[in-house]
Ligand binder design. Structure first.
Ligand SMILES: [Fe+2]
Ligand SMILES: [Fe+2]
Length: 242
């Protein structure tokens, strides 16, 4: 499945084609969809092989780590978010991301994993999620990276993996995905209201482009990790990255 296909079910929910205020957002999202669609198959998705139970646990750990970090870094932004509308929307997002973390940890707990204490992220994930996302200088830069670029990538990945999941994890994603669509719309709203100058648009484009690059490096690291753990399906049409 390509990101373009997923985009019709996720990113499109945040878009309203033809709206003058959302034109810049639509241009950014269309650019991301085109770039994702042009990727080689092994870089286009985390999920280029059947998902075994051990890999499911690895993916749940990654996703729970991502959700927890999102709640943490968005929470830290709140004291430095002067726009009242963005403050209220981001505060709701903190609650959502914490709930997503809880849902995924419950899925892990059912599989005998009660914490992430012994799980270690790849260096590329730390650069992308622990370093880059929190690093935005202001609301526009933060939302451009996480809500415009990251949320679309994450939601597309969830849509892609869902058919390969057991029922309890698919049910958890069904609770998470509507929130992620809200987070995408949040990104669109903040850009439409507050990204008003050529200088702002240049900063936002840079954050979108760099996030996209870090996301690709993160996905390659995921495939490398699965190969290292012996969880890759070497008979798959597209072998994992080594
Ligand atoms: Fe989330
Ligand atoms: Fe989110």
């Amino acid at each position: 499945m390509t990101a373009t296909t997923a985009g019709t079910g996720t990113a499109a929910g945040a878009r309203s084609r033809g709206s003058a205020t959302g034109q810049f957002y639509d241009e950014l999202v269309t650019g991301l969809e085109t770039a994702r669609a042009a990727l080689p198959a092994e870089e286009a998705s985390f999920f280029n092989r059947p998902m075994s139970e051990p890999e499911l646990i690895e993916w749940l750990c990654f996703q729970a780590y991502y959700e927890k970090r999102a709640a943490e870094f968005i929470g830290r932004w709140l004291a430095d978010t002067p726009q009242d509308d963005a403050f209220t929307l981001l505060a709701r997002q903190v609650r959502d991301e914490a709930r997503h973390y809880q849902l995924l940890m419950r899925a892990l707990d059912r599989r005998g994993v009660s914490s992430l204490d012994r799980w270690r992220p790849e260096p590329e994930w730390e650069e992308w999620i622990d370093g880059w996302y929190p690093s935005g200088a202001d609301t526009l830069e933060r939302v451009a990276a996480h809500n415009v670029t990251g949320e679309i990538g994450a939601a597309n990945a969830m849509v892609a993996i869902r058919p390969r999941l057991p029922a309890d994890v698919a049910a958890a994603l069904d609770k998470i995905l509507p929130d992620e669509q809200f987070h995408m719309r949040l990104g669109r709203t903040v850009l439409a209201r507050h990204c008003t100058s050529d200088e702002d648009r240049a900063r936002v484009r840079h954050r979108v482009q760099r996030t996209f690059e870090l996301e690709q490096a993160g996905r390659a690291a995921y495939n490398r990790r699965m190969a290292r753990l012996g969880l890759a399906d070497l008979d798959a049409d597209t072998p994992p990255l080594a």
